[in-house]
Design a protein around this ligand. Structure first.
Ligand code: AMP
Length: 183
């Protein structure tokens, strides 16, 4: 038992990684700010990373914009590549807060593998739950101030559809690992 304990300590680094999970408009961005301040985690929001690629007009940004403007998910390989680079670029952090990632089962499998390579893992998945009516209300009012081109009624409907079709099953996966906490 002692040897197993020593091996576990060696294999799992002291990093603590959190996934903030939830539909668009559930408050992931707002809660992220509080969590990174409290636990000094590196914030990795794929939405923010994609918007900064768009702002600097990179080829990746231009490709991603086509999907984002329609309320569709950006292809898995694009976001997985971005997360992989971000993990490599931050070797010394206390942990990561993943915000808006993973959003598909393929992304969650890729994340497990990437973290395993870094000898770490997901500690907890916080799943934010908000009624659909409230989500739409919040996103529409955010659109009035944020200037985000995807916070319009037609695009919001698609984003929520994508969430139910592709992202909600990811929560079921984390339920089986007993890491999911619903808030
Ligand atoms: P967000 O800021 O998290 O609401 O993301 C805005 C948009 O960026 C989404 O509607 C997607 O088009 C795209 N996006 C962000 N994160 C991901 C992801 N993990 N996988 C695929 N697309 C994403």
């Amino acid at each position: 038992a002692c040897l197993i304990f020593v091996l576990q300590v060696r294999l799992v680094s002291p990093m603590f990684n959190i996934i903030l999970f939830g539909p668009p408009g559930s408050g992931k961005g707002t809660q992220s700010e509080q969590l990174i301040a409290k636990y000094q985690l590196k914030h990795l929001s794929t939405g923010d990373l994609l918007r900064s690629e768009i702002a600097t007009k990179t080829p990746l940004g231009l490709e991603a914009k086509n999907f984002m403007d329609k309320g569709q998910l950006v292809p898995d390989e694009v976001v997985i590549g971005m997360i992989s680079s971000a993990l490599d670029a931050n070797p010394q952090v206390k942990g990561f807060l993943f915000d808006g990632f993973p959003r598909t089962e393929a992304q969650s499998e890729a994340l497990d593998k990437l973290l395993q390579l870094k000898k770490t893992e997901i500690g907890v998945v916080l799943a934010l739950q908000v009624s659909e009516e409230e989500l739409k209300k919040r996103l529409i009012s955010r659109g009035e101030v944020s200037g985000r081109s995807d916070d319009t009624e037609a695009v919001i409907v698609n984003r929520i559809k994508e969430y139910h079709a592709k992202t909600a099953p990811v929560a079921e996966y984390y339920k089986t690992t007993e890491k999911l906490i619903e808030v």
